[in-house]
Design a protein around this ligand. Sequence first.
Ligand code: SAM
Length: 664
Amino acid sequence: MSDGPIEFADIDWTTNDVPFSRRFRDVYFSSDDGLGESRHVFLAGNSLPDAWRSRRIFSICETGFGTGLNFLAAWDLWRGSKPDGGHLHFVSVERYPLRRVDIARALARWPSLNELSARLVSVYPDPATGFHRLLVADDVTLTLILMDAAPGLSALEATIDAWFLDGFAPATNSDMWRKPVLDNLSRLSRPGATFATFTVAGLVRRQLTQLGFEVEKRPGFGRKREMLCGTFRGTRRSTLQQPWYCSAPVSHKRRALIIGAGIAGVSSAAALMRRGWRVTLVDRGGAIASGASGNPRAVLAPRVAVDPTPRDLFYPAAFRFAAGFVRATDAPGLDATGVLSLATTPQETARQERVAAHALLPKSLVQHVDARTASEIAGLKLSCPALYFPGLGSLRTRDHCEWLAQACEVLFNRDVTALAHDGEEWVLRTRSGELVAKAPTVIVANGIGALEFSYCSFLPLQAFEGQVGRVEPTPASEDLRCVLNFSHYITPAHDGLHTIGASYRPVDPQQHRHSSDWSANDHARIVKGLQRISRQGFSFGAPPADARWTGLRCTTPDRHPVVGPLPDFGAYCKDYKGLIHGQKGDYPAARYHTGLYVHLALGSQGFLSAPLAAELLASQICGEPWPVERRVADSLHPARFIVRGLKRGSIDPDARTCTASHKG
Ligand code: SAM
């Protein structure tokens, strides 16, 4: 369901300029006083602001985002009454999103909300199916789930404090009030969570009562006699189909150490600092991004699949989030020249056509263009069609990483090789035993270096050496205006030099944890690859010594990042031993090394993947609604290798060892 096409809301405007849904034959809000109704039914109905006064994180979930009026009403109230250091998470599911212009028009009737509605309109996503995490303000995050309510809410992982049930009346829209939607209320509600809705329909009342809510009728708004609200007194119904991927305990001591100051580490640091955490980055180098993330210029060329598996769904979501993040924060470093991902074979052409027809990325982010249009965009003659990513380009990695790590304490030149728990905190030491730092939460984000830590040694991390060069333009290449990407890439000349890359050579991570010297052979291979695009124009000589770069990228056999709480390998072998025989049954919840997390294996997509991966990790650590579908988070989970290994028999649960095949 998450990959179906988006259908926009089909609306008319009433004589009072209120949006009216033709599909549901109903108005989005009362034409008398929509804001008053929203405040009465949803805010007062959920005892706001009192309910959030003592909470650092308060999460609201709404069925039916519509114009965003309820969201703005909640945000407006939050501004004046939020607890110190508090953060409001507003999650809303919407199957038929309104267009941006219609949202602006609907909300324009409340000048007091102008500032907030302008902000909402500016972050409102171009339509694409799936989860959209929007950083609306420093203390307000909106997660818009553009999906049908039943699969959309079922994919959500969150602990909800208040529900706004607003999906048109049950008589006209029964789908919104059926069991597959409402069951999620008992799955996601915190004990004592509340709900409010304008309807008093018997069916709704009965279902909510059955789910464990104490339900109460209250006077409705305006001409409506009654409304319904209630409090969750039941037990949270866990639906752990895969207990090995369940959430880790939330951390309340807001202090973290992050090992590795590359893009994974600095993105994680930025995500935690936005949440008021004290973070220290520790790196063995002498500068931010001194390892693989220090590639002089990273090319942002998203991987987009056609029939997306949960794994592949991560990339469009990450790309959408990264694009929104750059817009929302003015993050520096991006030269948005556009990227053409060229289809150099008929198979790739067919694949790209299918990608373009898909609903996971809006046209504002990706377009399919023929060879002529591609040539016009590039400024030189190309003979193949391409996917065009207009907002992307290449990133000055250092500038970007330094900006993310600003205001963060950094300990340079500390080669942490030992990680141990002293009963209270994680303790980091160098090889010689020197104490580096201690904290209750640690994120391991140092790529292949993670294999130094025994806790991580079950992870099948692989290393690939990558080489990049900066070369002088030739007469035929100097007109290049955007990044060309296929099996190799070339950027337009920046500061008089193109960046060309990249090699991808496997190395043994046990032997080789530092990149080796620049190789003339690799350079020759890159230039030969580029010549497939332009024989005369792309014959580059060797770059000068100060324009050569090599680094070690970290990846996995499934070429997917590893992000989440770190499993206790021994406990998994014991608890999930039955998986080897395909035994179904009641398995216990996962056991993790409390407070220990990883953010690893971003491969060559780090600058696009890290912002969303870090947002997911921070949400998991802090107990906030997750920014991606549960199955997408599962695809990134570090325990996937243990679960697969046990099922396939490549892990011996009694000996608690992995065979070579587990390591891929
Ligand atoms: N809360 C909104 C506001 O503040 O403007 C008004 C919501 S309007 C009454 C109901 C919304 O539910 C509509 O936007 C409609 O498209 C959405 N909706 C209806 N059926 C849905 C479904 N099955 N899944 C998700 N959204 C649905």
